[in-house]
Write a protein that binds this ligand. Structure first.
Ligand SMILES: Cc1cc2nc3c(=O)[nH]c(=O)nc-3n(C[C@H](O)[C@H](O)[C@H](O)COP(=O)(O)OP(=O)(O)OC[C@H]3O[C@@H](n4cnc5c(N)ncnc54)[C@H](O)[C@@H]3O)c2cc1C
Length: 492
């Protein structure tokens, strides 16, 4: 009998397992795949290491917010960090104009003012505004005193695009302020200001790639979990949850094995979770709320293997928009925007060995292959992916003309890949949409009506390495106590 059984060996499942096992609880992580890491996977093609859900991350400078969470989760000092270019961590191409976006709040503000000298007030208001939002989240601002541990803030009810549009009527500046929008799949009609603010503020603070990649990060935590006496069972898909007397009794694996625990944590997408638990386990109203939540759009990625020593490594991310319209995930004229970057090359600091291009993709675009499985989707699907990949390569080549002639091979992933590898509902990239119009509806709490079942992961409050770390903290606080855990977090 385990103290805690955790469904899912992605970032959140591993973080929870690490913290709880460190505190002496006997944990068991059940991961459906052969490999841990979930969305945050690394894979190798033609000798090049690519990362799926971890291109770069934010605020890892000493004492910065994610650095503190990494310290709590045993990751600090265990990974090789490379900071992106201070003067240009993001390059924005918007409507044929380029903007070099630096790190550091002052540098960011000064650079924007040099691009938009008539917009000084709007830029100052923007900086003050996003700082205020971040400060309003206790688990972000990490002050020494904390009374309310919830992840809510007054700004969950404000829209990101509304906030930006209220600061300036300059369409170009509006687009630049929201230029890293693909990091949260921002939509004008729904994205909450806090999602935009927490992400933008943190990436402006500092931006980093991690040499060991997603798998390296997962392995660091897995080794620590095992050293703490925890167990990680791979190829262990949970297919049924046995509920009795308002509590989970055990979980059943696809191979028939039954795993017993006192408490259970699920990091699965909540909609997928509902498909393996009895209809009567939750009140109808709660179940319907979960099942009717909107999901963020999926992604189509092209992973290009480059010819050796031909294209320089770019220590930044390039966000390329065809027009000033950066808030749209509507895809009538696909592709309208892409994120391009070169992953770290373990053999050379100067040249890139890979090139990644990422664009939004609706699930409905791949739905006709919904009944297929990985590697068995057929020729038509392969042709579809090839056609889409060539379109993205064409678009990327508009900015990097030497790309096309230096491609050795390329590989792709679609929302179906994410659906089948991670069980993210319909291949949604960032999980449940946090809609400013209805924050209470879209934010999921770690506690559930079942007395020994908890949720964690990107669907709770926010996605991404930082958002998930905060969710893992909130879930573990249910076991270890808010204040006890908080003191560990702020101790640096
Ligand atoms: C294309 C893309 C790029 C991204 N880039 C970045 C980035 O650069 N920086 C950043 O900070 N964030 C990025 N993200 C977001 C980040 O990767 C995710 O927010 C984070 O990894 C989610 O972690 P999680 O634990 O919540 O979920 P997951 O990683 O999905 O973990 C859930 C785990 O549960 C397992 N599972 C599901 N069902 C079962 C079952 N029935 N039984 C057993 N196991 C099960 C899955 O296999 C998976 O391992 C990106 C995401 C995508 C899609």
């Amino acid at each position: 009998m385990f103290d805690v059984v955790i469904i899912g060996g992605g970032l959140s499942g591993l973080q929870c397992a690490y913290l709880l096992s460190k505190e002496g609880l006997k944990v068991c992580v059940l991961e459906k795949n052969d490999r841990i890491g979930g969305m945050m996977q690394s894979f190798v093609r033609d000798g090049v290491v690519f990362n799926t859900g971890l291109n770069y991350t934010e605020s890892l400078g000493d004492g910065e917010v994610l650095d503190r969470y990494f310290n709590l989760f045993g990751l600090k000092g265990q990974l090789t960090l490379k900071q992106l270019d201070l003067n240009q961590s993001e390059l924005l191409t918007i409507n044929n104009k380029e903007y070099q976006i630096p790190q550091g709040h002052e540098r960011y503000s000064e650079t924007l003012k040099s691009y938009f000298p008539k917009e000084v007030n709007g830029i100052d208001e923007y900086m003050k505004g996003i700082e205020k939002v971040c400060e309003s989240f206790p688990l972000y601002s990490l002050k020494s005193e904390i009374r309310n541990f919830s992840a809510e803030s007054p700004y969950t009810e404000q829209s990101a695009s509304g906030f930006i549009n209220g600061l300036t009527s300059n369409a170009e500046l509006r687009a630049v302020l929201a230029g890293i929008n693909i990091l949260y799949a921002g939509k004008a009609g729904s994205t909450a200001l806090y999602t935009h603010a927490l992400i933008n503020y943190s990436f402006i603070k500092s931006s980093w790639r991690i040499k060991e990649g997603g798998s390296g990060m997962a392995n660091v935590m897995a080794n620590a979990i095992k050293a703490n006496g925890g167990i990680i069972k791979r190829n262990s898909e949970v297919s049924e949850i046995d509920v009795k007397d308002g509590a989970v009794q055990n979980v059943k694996l696809k191979n028939g094995e039954i795993i017993h625990g006192r408490k259970f944590i699920s990091s699965m997408h909540p909609k997928t979770f509902m498909s393996i638990i009895d209809d009567g386990a939750f009140k109808k109203v709660y179940r319907n709320r979960i099942l009717s939540q909107e999901d963020s759009i999926g992604m189509f990625s092209v992973y290009v293997v480059l010819k050796k020593n031909k294209i320089k490594y770019q220590n930044y991310n390039h966000h390329y928009f065809k027009s000033n319209e950066v808030w749209t995930t509507e895809l009538d004229k696909w592709p309208q925007n892409v994120l391009m970057y070169t992953p770290l090359n373990h053999q050379s600091n100067e040249y890139a060995n890979g090139f990644c291009i990422i664009a939004y993709m609706k699930y409905s675009d791949v739905e006709k292959w919904a009944n297929s499985t990985i590697e068995n989707r057929g020729e038509e699907y392969e042709a579809f992916k090839n056609e889409k990949a060539l379109k993205l390569i064409d678009l990327a080549s508009e900015k990097i003309p030497e790309l096309k002639s230096n491609i050795k091979s390329f590989y792709t992933s679609t929302p179906l890949s994410y659906r089948d590898y991670t069980a993210s509902y319909n291949g949604s990239a960032y999980g449940v949409v946090k809609d400013y119009k209805n924050p209470l509806y879209s934010i999921i709490t770690p506690q559930t009506r079942l007395k020994n079942l908890y949720f964690t992961g990107q669907n709770l409050n926010m996605h991404g390495i930082l958002g998930v770390s905060i969710s893992s903290f909130l879930t573990c606080a249910q076991f270890l106590g808010d204040n006890y855990l908080y003191q560990k977090l702020i101790k640096h």
